[in-house]
Design a protein around this ligand. Sequence first.
Ligand code: AMP
Ligand code: TRP
Length: 336
Amino acid sequence: MRRYPCPVPRVLSCIQPTGVVHLGNYLGALRNWVVGQHECDAFHGIVDLHALTVTDRPGVLGTSTLELAATLFAVGLDPEVATVFVQSHVPEHAQLGWVMECTVSYGELSRMTQFKDKSAKREADFVSAGLFTYPALQAADILLYDADEVPVGEDQRQHIEITRDVAMRFNGRFGDTFVVPKIVTPRAGAKVTDLQEPTAKMSKSSNTDAGIVYLLDEPAAILKKFKRAVTDSDGEVRFDRAEKPGVSNLIEILAACTSRTPQQVAGEYTQYGPLKADAGEAVVEILAPIQHRYHELMGDKAELSRLLRTGAEKARAVASATLERTYTNIGMLSPE
Ligand code: AMP
Ligand code: TRP
């Protein structure tokens, strides 16, 4: 168990470097990470080893890892405050991952719905063993850092439950070693739906680009996407997700960008045109400093590497102590 007293909870969240970050990710999640870093001991891993489970092209993963890192710093994660690191820079993940594979059972892994879904979707594709043992690596991500809380959405609940079970099993077999983490619901951010298909979540797996606002979209492209956003034909501005999904999405986005409630925003408009234009402008305005900082960082790879090195050093200080404690408690032969 972690031996030192801890005034604020340690919170860990990880993100895979797959796909491009969009407005839904920002308003729904990343923006809250930025606030959260001042309220807890925040660890944020960019989990490239997890992405390896579905990577088969050379030269892609490193670039998307770097781009995601630049994005996280650009939105405001402060490397002096939060610990932002790349999973493969901390070799203890792979090492504890193996110990976790030997602590979780084949039956438990077989019950994971994410594996069943992902392997079914990849029917004609290669299904790696890593896709099956994925939750063991995820358990290692969490347990390495003595995380008290792991904020995740519903789709990840099963993986955190298995982490808790595995931690308790290990502690039972080999003595107190791991902090058993709590699953917490992330603070609610804005819900952003697709501008072309407003009943569907804005998502990187969407069919068309016209409905998705990417964090790095040019202002003109953003304004155009908002101008063409699908609304409805009754002409009334009202916040009602069920009856008026398109209009409500615009209202919610504008509210989130200008720190108001959807009701306040709805009360100020009578026509769709100005609502679309203002929502577009507000998004351009909120993304401008993020894009500026992103391009600055991507133009200074040495600085980006330095920031990631700092993160990896902070992460390793914790992770290596946990791995050592794990080996010691098992009673493995020390090389010294
Ligand atoms: P994903 O890219 O789906 O793995 O999501 C990464 C994070 O962004 C998760 O915390 C999601 O809850 C959040 N997120 C993704 N899409 C949206 C959306 N359309 N609206 C709000 N939050 C979202
Ligand atoms: N499996 C998570 C996802 O697909 C990513 C992840 C990996 C994660 N390790 C984690 C999330 C540890 C929380 C904690 O989104």
